[in-house]
Design a protein around this ligand. Sequence first.
Ligand SMILES: *Cc1c(COP(=O)(O)O)cnc(C)c1O
Length: 318
Amino acid sequence: MSAKENSFLNQDFKSRNQEIILPILKEKQISLFIKREDLIHPFVSGNKFRKLKYNLFEAVSQKKNTLLTFGGAYSNHIVATAVVSKLMGLNSIGIIRGEELASDLKKNLKNNATLKKADQNGMTLEFVSREQYREKTDKDFIKKLKEKFGDFYLVPEGGTNDLAIKGCEEILTKEDAEFNYICAAMGTGGTISGIINSACKHQNVLGFPALKGNFLVDEINRFTKKNNWKLITNYHFGGYAKYKRELIGFINDFIEATQIPLDPIYTGKMMFGVIDLIKQDYFAKGTKILVIHTGGLQGIEGFNAKLKQKNEEIIKSL
Ligand SMILES: *Cc1c(COP(=O)(O)O)cnc(C)c1O
């Protein structure tokens, strides 16, 4: 691996824990800190960096010069893969859900900050129908993709595989042992699995799914043997990328009070849930909580474009 490739991956990313100051925390005598994984990189942010790290080492050691992965039109994982591939001098291919996006590509790239960023970083975008997209783990489909694009290193949708879990085990450090609870947002469950693996015995890990469905328990059990974790399933706001005005209002109040931006898909819902649980006295007085800011802030621009169309309150930035 060249020095350039090494330098990005081998940085020792130890995100700082920032204390959150809010009246409710003082009132309930809870101490709440947030691990600022969002500051790792503006587009290879948070858990997406952690999940890609060992996959990239593996791709390079297998002498692959192209990464291929899957995602939706607003996917944090797609952008992260595109940007990190470019940083490392690799090619990238993104298989994107929704063939309608291909019909007026120029316009769609202009209107979609996520796909635009991926395109600007040299990612080849291939738009497929929803039916086709569902075959993303199918051998024949992968074979067809290899016939079309040549050899590549495959990163699954959302980036979750064994090497991704290994990367996410590096989110917590020894110094985090002082916390009683660790909280994080969940999509595929990969990130929380890594966190569970590296959490101490005395710590409880709470996962906040950003979507509906109970498949996540099985997913976590695939990657961890531990049982000091629990899912808090009632803060998905209707499902993946769904929201209520209450959520947008919360995110805007939060940034105003703390100067910390949250995204509406993952971290906003998780933080809403954590604060709501604190209000309900879910945690005993004196509890020390660490929440993980998994990043995802690149998605705000695309989300705001939709809110604007509906004439609704948009998400503020710093
Ligand atoms: C992808 C993502 C998650 C979910 O991670 P999983 O490993 O799929 O559970 C959480 N937060 C942010 C900001 C993300 O982009």
